[in-house]
Design a protein around this ligand. Structure first.
Ligand SMILES: Cc1cc2nc3c(=O)[nH]c(=O)nc-3n(C[C@H](O)[C@H](O)[C@H](O)COP(=O)(O)O)c2cc1C
Length: 344
């Protein structure tokens, strides 16, 4: 990934590639900017001609914080959206099919006209600049109605193979109600020693060379605390304290987006695909997106939050949005494609 990347850099580099294989690899080098639960990047790739198989890397496990695999599959949905979007920007049509475990999906690439679609450039710039920030939202950072409408509309690239999710926007008092449901879930999760041990192993201290995990700086931690935090979490239940921070942050957001669907793989991937489209549309309009607590693993709190959104299906995923205070220059690291890809 180039130091300074953007839709323009992507286009220039894409045009310099003279084979289908090199172009697909170029798409992947940007697509891995997709966010994933705990920055676990649970994917591997096999490239055979114009066919890309996206594989579930079963050696990357989150048994306590993602027992069902919901957040892993939502992460795959984000990844597939990034691939399909980058291909569409480059004038390349894709056909996405779901696969059989451990294959998550297969994507075929067909160059149609090869002309870049400039209408997609703002989303590609958003893909390059987006990062998951946590913090307090500016007061009066209301999001214009037309932006909310565009963000909640279904992605025009949504693959036929995926189950279509429900999407809803909560604002005002409903945001506080949803925040308190997530806080209750967080308090309960942190009571478990096994959950805390797992969580601690996914926090990457600032300055570490590790390319996976949630970096301390992205959690707004001073460098020293980011080295201590994993041990604090491992041995002490600070769930009450963290859930208070979480409620304060989510409650300060002008809006929370929720996504709902059945508890199936196709639905989770569909949720991730749509959530990615929604998040990039908001980022392109210069709003921040904050996945603070996606984990709503307890049936009662999940049901209550789902009711607050007015969903007819179970709530699967949510994020807060608005304008976060301050600016940041960091970019969450990724494992390079070369370490994830096999060519046949
Ligand atoms: C499905 C999914 C679930 C996530 N769950 C959480 C969460 O519960 N808490 C949190 O702080 N971040 C969560 N995140 C944000 C990731 O930690 C973040 O996207 C990842 O570290 C990569 O960083 P980036 O988004 O800045 O590129 C989640 C992201 C995804 C895609």
């Amino acid at each position: 990934m180039p130091e300074k990347f953007s839709a323009e850099t992507y286009k220039k580099d894409f045009e310099s590639k003279d084979s289908c294989n090199a172009r697909i690899k170029h798409i992947l080098s940007y697509a891995i900017r997709a966010p994933s639960t705990h920055n676990s990047q649970p994917w591997k790739f096999i490239l055979t001609g114009n066919r890309l198989s996206i594989i579930n890397d079963e050696s990357i496990r989150l048994p306590k914080s993602d027992a069902l695999g919901r957040y892993r599959h939502i992460s795959f949905g984000y990844l597939i959206h990034h691939i399909v979007l980058l291909a569409a920007y480059s004038g390349t049509q894709t056909m996405t099919r779901l696969g059989r475990a451990p294959v998550i999906a297969e994507i075929e690439f067909h160059t149609q006209h090869g002309v870049f679609d400039v209408t997609i450039a703002p989303l590609i710039n958003a893909l390059c600049s987006r990062r998951n920030r946590r913090g307090i939202f500016e007061r009066d950072s209301a999001i214009p109605h037309n932006t909310l409408e565009a963000a909640s509309a279904r992605s025009p690239l949504f693959p036929a193979a995926l189950a279509k999710p429900e999407c809803a926007i909560a604002s005002g008092r409903t945001v506080a109600c949803i925040a308190s449901c997530t806080a209750e879930g967080m308090r309960r999760a942190y009571r478990s020693n096994a959950f805390r041990r797992e969580m601690a192993s996914w926090i990457t201290p600032t300055g570490s060379w590790r390319k996976t995990g949630i970096p301390g700086y992205s959690l707004n931690q001073p460098a020293i605390l980011s080295w201590l935090l994993p041990n604090i979490i491992r041995f002490i239940d600070i769930g009450r304290f963290l859930s208070k921070l979480n409620v304060t942050s989510i409650s300060s957001a002008p809006c929370v987006f929720g996504f709902a669907g059945d508890d199936t793989v196709s639905s989770w991937i569909g949720v991730g695909f749509q959530a990615s489209h929604t998040a990039l549309t908001l980022t392109a309009a210069r709003f921040d997106v904050s996945v603070y607590v996606a984990a709503m693993e307890y049936d009662d709190t999940r049901r209550e939050a789902g009711r607050a959104f007015g969903f007819s299906h179970p709530l699967q995923f949510l994020f807060a949005t608005g304008a976060l205070k301050g600016n940041v220059s960091w970019c969450t690291p990724r494992v390079p494609v070369s370490q994830k890809l096999t060519e046949r």
